[in-house]
Design a binder for this molecule. Sequence first.
Ligand SMILES: Cc1cc2nc3c(=O)[nH]c(=O)nc-3n(C[C@H](O)[C@H](O)[C@H](O)COP(=O)(O)O)c2cc1C
Length: 454
Amino acid sequence: MHQNKTHYALVALLWFMVQQACAQPRISIFFDHVAEMARQENISIREAAQRVRQLGVEGIDVRVTMSDSQLTMLDELGFQNASAIADINFVKGEQPDAVRQAIDFMKRRGYKRLLVIPGLLPENATPRILDEVGKRMAAFVKEASKEGIDVMVEDYDNARSPCYNTQSLDRLFAASPQLNHVFDTGNYLFCGEEVMTALQHFRPRIHHVHLKDRKAMRDHASLPVGTGIVPLKEVVTELLRSGYDGWFTIEHFGAPSMLDYATQSVANLQAVWKAMAAPSFDEVISSRRSVRSYDASRKISETEVRELIRAVQEAPSWANQQPTKYYVALSEEKLKAVQDLVGGNKERIKNAPVLIVSTFERGKSGFFRGQQSNDAGDLWGAHDNGLSVAYLVLKARAMGFDTLIMGMRDADKLRQLFNIPDSEQVMAVIALGYRQDEPRRPQHRQLDEMLKFY
Ligand SMILES: Cc1cc2nc3c(=O)[nH]c(=O)nc-3n(C[C@H](O)[C@H](O)[C@H](O)COP(=O)(O)O)c2cc1C
């Protein structure tokens, strides 16, 4: 028994930790994309930035040449600093002005991660030029690190870039131990390399991620993230599994509709997170408990209740009669009214943000052409209602919610409150919310007391 309890507590704790780790995808976008979106949609940059925030994008990747007024506008909209980008042409020379500008910007605006684009090599560049670029970059990295700036280079989709592929990046990294990597998922494909192989190879240096998707290897056009050949789920899973807690910047330069592409990219990325955070069926079952104290600060939206009940519709029922109905209290007024109709349960559910009354239509399950089919009659309606509620409490748990089924309730007053017709039997009231305290797992009968084999 004790061992069992420990096992269940561990499963619950593990699931909780996975959920916490995966709960918040940190998605960012290039400011350049926002500006392009404004142009395409014929709206102001502020309006485009607001739309992007509404999609769930929290971070912004800016250029060190941007004006203070634009940066202040982004701060006002609640964007967090993901990374800054500086073109510093180390191919041509040491570039003291560009170096100073980049470092000043980082200090002034409080950015920590700086992506440096070091220019393009001339045709037929000799390895000596690459070594010189490496040395200039290393000197810059040393200077910037003193200011707490994390300098990074990305795999860049131009064969003349000093950071075009694994080989050229290795050379730069060898020259500069403190230099880190922006892992661009689409650009390895562009130079004909495997994304996952590159990820493994560079993992210790990956401090930032550009999520870019492509139709085919060596194809320059980018697609919404998750719609091309980049193994998005594998990339994200591997990064998180190995402890990456940085930003995922969606990237699609040249998109015909930045707004559509960003909408799709964010949705696809969030779907990956959701799938990763989803508990197994056994975890859902073992972590569901009757919860008798709810977190008052956490609400549940109508959209979430709809998602929940959509899953509940999959429950089986007698001849597919689907006799169960749900009456959902979401408003303060209705919640208060229902709280007064659940007897001694009132205190237990006073902070639950949703209260649901379940009923079943009499004379449906167990009846054929108006005639009772067998001895159980309307008990089949109650049976189907129980099945439906079982789906509800389990799906709720899978969505991270908690529940309490209450048989203690005033059926007549609930009928009045929700205008429930006499043709329906009022069954349980179900509280839906987030647990405040860890519920105890009750004792269960021995298996053999409820199970007989013949
Ligand atoms: C039909 C039904 C009615 C219930 N009514 C109440 C109730 O009015 N108040 C309450 O606190 N718990 C109620 N419960 C919860 C049970 O007490 C609980 O499911 C049982 O003790 C097992 O605990 P667990 O759900 O945490 O596994 C009810 C459960 C069911 C299925």
